[in-house]
Design a protein around this ligand. Sequence first.
Ligand code: COA
Length: 260
Amino acid sequence: MEYQNLLIELKGRIQYIIINRESKLNALNKATIAELHTAFDTAFNDPNVGGIIITGAGQKSFVAGADIAEFSELNGEGGGDLARNGQATVFDLIENGSKPVIAAINGFALGGGLELAMACHIRIAAETAKMGLPEVTLGLIPGYGGTQRLTQLVGKGRAMEMIMTADMITASEAHQYGLVNHVVSQENLITKVEEILNKILLRAPLALASAITAINAGLKDGVNGYDKEIEEFSKCFQTDDLREGVSAFLQKRKPDFKGK
Ligand code: COA
């Protein structure tokens, strides 16, 4: 597949997805949302991919939000469709993906950009990054899950303040809030993200998928996270990887997981 708005590269078992609209600070227009769906769907289904890193092209911006230029033509129905379609095809797809996804926040992560990073399993920021949900400055609220995921990550009081003031926070504040896991220099960003993902990729792939499912379950309405954990724990016992992991431990050697 040829992408117009993304750069895609597979290095080893890591799939890089780079949003490439630098002149618009990598803002998410409808075409980019559609391409992100295809890129993530493909990566989750590609047996050669172990995990995914998403970042923005250039040094200035991860993603500066949804493309504001596309908002003026929308009515209520169109706005609802935009949010519903984006949430289902990209944001929820990433959050519930079977492989680890890390956001390398290399600059502005605003509006839909911060929402995209929050849908990822782990966030690492460059010290120059700035984050915020400025939608109320446009007469809007976040529509790609921001009101929900920001509250889960930083708590209700901070989410209320960030969303209602529309203020941007620094990478160091985001770290203090628990919104990003680590802050590193811009030049070390990808190295740090790769270091974490490469460690994760040494672990059993099906167990990783089960961990993502179980962790997410506790935050879903009508789903009992403890029951989901038992279900996924039991599933792990049906895998060759469990036998391999236990044998390797008992034989004092490194496991060779096959994801089966
Ligand atoms: N949608 C569409 N275009 C955007 C955009 C967005 N979310 N964010 C930036 N751009 C475009 C600008 O319109 C500009 O395009 P132009 O050169 O054709 O005029 C280009 O990207 C560069 O942005 P600019 O505003 O000139 O850069 P800056 O350094 O002065 O400011 C920001 C950077 C991030 C503070 C500013 O671009 C901004 O506030 N963006 C919107 C953020 C936002 O509200 N996002 C939430 C959307 S729901």
